[in-house]
Each structure stands twice: as structure tokens, then as C-alpha cells.
Design a protein around this ligand. Structure first.
Ligand SMILES: [Zn+2]
Length: 163
């Protein structure tokens, strides 16, 4: 954990981060199709917004659930999205997805990391997992699993399934 920092220092790192180029077309297609689309992150709202804006993606049209971070006397102050989570998640992806499932949504889960395993395994109807990452490795053999490298594959696959 960084003890002393500033937004300039944080953004200097954040501003080097690039969005997967295949995401743009996928994202536009999701908006056009009027699909409910939510970004769940273990990260922090402030720099997620910064990355998206820096890469010319409109933050206002996105539903992002993440943690929050502030700087108080140059020290990071973290606010977790779901401090009450029984799994100990900072931002409980499981509970966010469960809410949507209870509302009747079909769950198409796109993920890569360790924090995606529980919600994907327990709640998803279809799982897109990034190749060679924890989620794909852990779910090998699951009939709902589709391993992807780019978002264009996800778009094509969803179109094929629901056309
Ligand atoms: Zn949790």
C-alpha cells in the first residue's frame, strides 16, 4: 500500500493504461442493443473513471460498481462497496449479480480473475473467461464456459446464440 501519494502520482500511472481495442465496438453494440451492462470491479471508481475518460469512453452512460478511494493528508483512504460481505469481498460481485438474477435477468458474465469465480460459478448462465487467466483455468470443463481473447468473439457468440 502506498503511504504517501498525490493524485498527480496516481494519475501518472493510471494514464498509461489502455483499454482493450476490441472493447469499443463491443461496448457500442451493447448500448445499441439496449442490453443491461454493468462493470464490477475490485478497483476504485476514481481511477476507473479516469481510465475510461482518458480512453474516450463516456462514463455517464455506464453502470460501474467499484470501491472508492480518497486522499486525506496525502494518504489513501479506502471505502469498500460492500463492507458487510460475508465472503470478505471489498466489492461483492456475487451480491451484485445475485440481485440482477433475482430480478429475472439472464446472466452473461465476462471476467478473468479470482474474484469472478464465485459469481460466475454460482449465478451465470453463460461465462466468458479471458484466456489463460484464473477464471478460465478454474472453470475448465464447465459447460457454460467460453474462453475469449477479444471482445469481438463475445459479441459474435452472443449474436449467434440469441439471433
Ligand atoms: Zn462477497
Amino acid at each position: 500500500m502506498i503511504e504517501h501519494t498525490s493524485w498527480e502520482e496516481i494519475f501518472a500511472i493510471v494514464d498509461t493504461m489502455k483499454i482493450d481495442p476490441s472493447f469499443y465496438d463491443f461496448y457500442n453494440w451493447v448500448i445499441e442493443k439496449n442490453l443491461k451492462f454493468i462493470i464490477l470491479s475490485d478497483g476504485f471508481q476514481k481511477y476507473i473513471n479516469r481510465i475510461l475518460e482518458h480512453n474516450e469512453i463516456e462514463v455517464e452512460s455506464l453502470d460501474i460498481l467499484a470501491n472508492d478511494v480518497d486522499l486525506v493528508d496525502n494518504k489513501l483512504e479506502l471505502t469498500f462497496n460492500t463492507p458487510e460481505c460475508v465472503h470478505g469481498c471489498a466489492n461483492c460481485k456475487y451480491s451484485h449479480v445475485l440481485k440482477l438474477k433475482d430480478e429475472g435477468y439472464k446472466i452473461i458474465y465476462i471476467g478473468d480473475g479470482l474474484s469472478d469465480i464465485l459469481p460466475a460459478v454460482e449465478l451465470a448462465d453463460i461465462i466468458y473467461a479471458k484466456k489463460n487467466e484464473d477464471l478460465a483455468n478454474k472453470l475448465a470443463g464447465d459447460s457454460r464456459l467460453i474462453v475469449f481473447e477479444t471482445f469481438s468473439k463475445i459479441k459474435k457468440d452472443i449474436e449467434k446464440r440469441f439471433s
